[in-house]
Write a protein that binds this ligand. Structure first.
Ligand code: R5P
Length: 314
């Protein structure tokens, strides 16, 4: 049934790709991806893909520009090798935060990257927890937008005491995401009111809309990058007398001082997925990583046999 299904990966998250193919029950496609000493990337598909339904698993995470180039070059290699379909499984979509022209004379980089991927020859995108829903519209090919919410909620139900819990969005933009989780867990909702005065990094005041006093707060966000937003919000929650704080983010970028920020914060545990692999130096006792491999494998298999996957969007 799956003989024409081929799953390849570049270098961004090989562990995740290996886990996905185990769930899918097929071997990882044979390909070579490396850089010449002149910094040019080289990709060779080392098996027949003529007429095949191919998938490339490649989050466009650090090193972001290399990850994007590897993906583009692998799409081109598959196209020239006569693959029938080229679906790009991009669980973390780099440049997603540059999705609007909110300052004069700036680029909308998320749209630019979408155009590059489409022009290279992709026929479908499978992504997860995009920074904003409108990024789907940046592509003129089908986009299947998966959510990790069921993975987190299943874990919370099994491992956390969910009595007297409030789900918190650190900003108004993440309200929908947090509301979905609050519904899943049958909990209250609170929203952070993030105000910036002057310089982006400084003079920040945080208010909280909603009742958090005496409650266990679970902060929900799409991305933890430097950890600034979540850690400041966690402090504000403590000031508002929250009892205990957890945080859950789909994509653990954890750049700069993120680990130190997390260690110094009142956040007891940070739950992230493995959309981005966790480097050794980024390990922390506070971090628990949940796997999205089975979710991706189910999505890939369903797409391959042309079954509905809308159940994976909610
Ligand atoms: C912002 O709009 C995102 O949803 C995250 O809140 C942001 O990416 C987190 O960045 P950092 O961890 O650097 O504060």
């Amino acid at each position: 049934m799956f003989s024409r299904l081929k799953i390849f990966t570049c270098n961004a998250n090989i562990d995740l790709a290996n886990e996905v193919v185990k769930y899918a029950g097929i071997p990882l496609g044979d390909a070579e991806v490396f850089k010449f000493s002149n910094d040019n990337t080289f990709v060779k598909i080392k098996e027949n893909v003529r007429g095949a339904d191919t998938f490339i698993i490649q989050p466009t995470c650090y090193p972001v520009n290399d990850s994007i180039m590897e993906l583009l070059i692998m799409i081109d290699a598959l196209k020239r090798a006569s693959a029938k379909n080229i679906s790009c499984v991009i669980p973390y979509f780099g440049y997603a935060r540059s999705d609007k022209k909110d300052q004069p004379r700036i680029a909308i980089t998320a749209k630019l990257v979408a155009d590059l991927i489409t022009t290279a020859g992709a026929s479908r995108i499978v992504c997860m927890d995009l920074h904003s829903e409108q990024i789907q519209g940046f592509f003129n090919i089908p986009v299947d937008h998966l959510t990790s919410a069921p993975i987190f909620s299943r874990y919370f139900k099994a491992h956390l005491n969910l009595k007297n819990v409030v789900i918190v969005s650190p900003d108004a933009g993440g309200t929908e995401r947090a509301r979905t989780m609050a519904k899943r867990l049958n909990c209250d909702l609170a929203i952070g009111d993030k105000r910036r005065i002057g310089n982006d990094d400084k003079s920040e005041i945080l208010n909280i809309i909603g009742d958090v006093e005496g409650k266990t707060a679970i902060l929900i966000d799409d991305i933890i990058d430097t950890g600034g937003s979540l850690c400041k919000m966690a402090k504000a929650l403590i000031n508002s007398k929250a009892k205990k704080i957890y945080a859950a983010c789909s994509h653990g970028i954890l750049s700069g001082n993120a680990i130190q920020n997390l260690e110094d914060s009142p956040i007891e545990k940070l739950f992230i997925t493995n959309s981005i692999s966790l480097a050794k130096e980024k390990k922390s006792k506070k971090i628990i990583q949940l796997s999205i491999a089975e979710l991706l494998a189910i999505a890939i298999k369903k797409i391959h046999i042309e079954e509905s996957i809308s159940i994976l969007f909610r």
